[in-house]
Design a protein around this ligand. Sequence first.
Ligand SMILES: Cc1cc2nc3c(=O)[nH]c(=O)nc-3n(C[C@H](O)[C@H](O)[C@H](O)COP(=O)(O)OP(=O)(O)OC[C@H]3O[C@@H](n4cnc5c(N)ncnc54)[C@H](O)[C@@H]3O)c2cc1C
Length: 597
Amino acid sequence: MDCLLPNFNRKHSAPFPAGQLFLRHRAPIIFSIAFSLPSMSPVFNLLTAPLLLWSLISLPLLSSALLIDPAAGSRSLLRAIGDGADQPDFAVDLNATNFDEVLRDTPATYAIVEFFAHWCPACRNYKPQYEKVARLFNGADAVHPGIILMTRVDCANKINTKLCDKFSVTHYPALYWGAPSKFAGGEWNGKNEKSEIRPIDDGRTADRLLKWINTQLGSSYSLKDEKFENDHLLHPNASDPGQIARAIYDVEEATSYAFELIVEHKMIKPETRATLIKFMQLMVAHHPSRRCRRGSADILVHFDDLYPSNKWLADKHESENSTEHGHLRKFDVCGKEVPRGYWMFCRGSKNDTRGFSCGLWVLLHSLSVRVEDGESQMAFTTTCDFIHHFFICEECREHFYDMCSRVTTPFSSTRDFVLWLWTAHNEVNTRLKETEADSKTGDPKFPKTIWPTKQLCPTCYNNLNQDEDNSSVDWDRDEVFKFITSYYGPMLVSLYKQKDKEQIQMKVNAVSEETLQSTNALVVPAGAALAIAVASCLFGALACFWRSRQKNRKYFHKPQLLKIIGGFCNDFVGKNFSGQEEIGADVNGIWLMCKRK
Ligand SMILES: Cc1cc2nc3c(=O)[nH]c(=O)nc-3n(C[C@H](O)[C@H](O)[C@H](O)COP(=O)(O)OP(=O)(O)OC[C@H]3O[C@@H](n4cnc5c(N)ncnc54)[C@H](O)[C@@H]3O)c2cc1C
């Protein structure tokens, strides 16, 4: 049951206003008078004794009935009741002084604000429910960090009166949902239907609140979700292979961050433009996260408008309107919901270790295992150029490019590319192992090792008695390839937009993801050179088509579109066209229409 607010000023709207005011404001006075009077005059003893007795007996009773503790303060007592005094709160207490600042600064994509009143029994009962959900999203040990900041504001606290009024709170507890930035300095009056802040109409229990959230995000969070710990591992890099499943968050975050850096540092120049487009083509086809594939496709389709290829135009654009990079920023490459500022698989034991560079490696490996044989050389050169132009770490990109330059024979298979990237990464590991030992700049909990360790992949070692040292390890390269393909392949799938809650379902999804990958194939293995050309043409043609469909939606009818797509499928990829799928859910939808023969 909610606590309804009467129509008069909230300050006077407590269910027990007289009692509460009495206890909050009068009781201490009566106490002090009662205790001081006897010392003033013995004449008052007769008067004060019964009063004192009444106070001593009735006040604790009344206080506990009204949840007011004169000694400890109402808030602290309220916190102590319900879910145990020792348990920390997960939801963040906000007030008028920090509300805007906290919500402006949070890296979370969404915020929930609970407006409550500390005197409200329904709020007290609701608190454990709210906390159950907040446990998932808030705090250093959040299970799903960076997605939702869950907060509360005590409207019975005088300093919050204006703040609560701005959000037209009519009952307690009242929950609102929106982007944190919309809350900061924002308001809600219940009339503006287009407001980006919305009341949560069904969050009365933890289950229902989470269900409401899942509906908004297309997620499948469960109250039973537990944090995926890195800490319990004996050796983090020799971990349970299942750990990699969490790396999808990191790959998404690394992708978003990389793109943000590119935009912020204005790295899109006429000479780097083509590299970025090719890398994004690679992402559209092979990024392990569905939302990053979709986001990259969206950006690609609008790329010409946002960054004209004509240098003169680009320069003019730049000087006239230096916000064109800002336009790109509005395209979140992996969507708006990607958690930011957190790392799961790549979380270091210190703030300044691991994170982005680890996520970037995982992205590169996960792309490498997904390309087809015919795309391997293109994927290799695109990766080399991407790191060369867009990885801000000067030393890293130079070293990496040096390793790229040492390749003399074009790759003709996925295996070549996967194993080259693995070797290159191990070369970096070997170099850094020494540097970090000298400079002590590495993460003590994640020392550099030759990878995969024996613990992670015993079959990768021809001789298990050998030291795990790059120069001397006798690798079974077939086993290494098999291991890497499965490690960065099916296990690293998007956790989003999947309704199924159980782990087992993830495996099922991994299979469907694999199917998607295979139907996504850009090329038939009809020779590397042809394949590279076809891959680029196909995407260009499809993107072009998709774009024209967006722009000229009213001029095309479905049969015409089916015919055009059928033509693309047959001409470019030699695959049958299945017209069953509805046209144009997104670019992935178009890929899906070309079925293997
Ligand atoms: C392209 C690139 C070049 C870099 N060059 C340099 C450099 O020259 N100097 C420098 O100081 N830093 C460089 N870095 C950063 C450095 O390699 C690490 O990313 C950083 O030190 C963080 O290390 P980490 O412990 O998180 O593991 P990382 O090395 O980032 O590895 C991430 C994860 O990948 C897995 N992994 C490890 N080795 C392999 C492998 N061989 N094959 C497949 N998977 C593996 C492990 O699970 C590991 O946890 C580079 C990063 C990138 C992306």
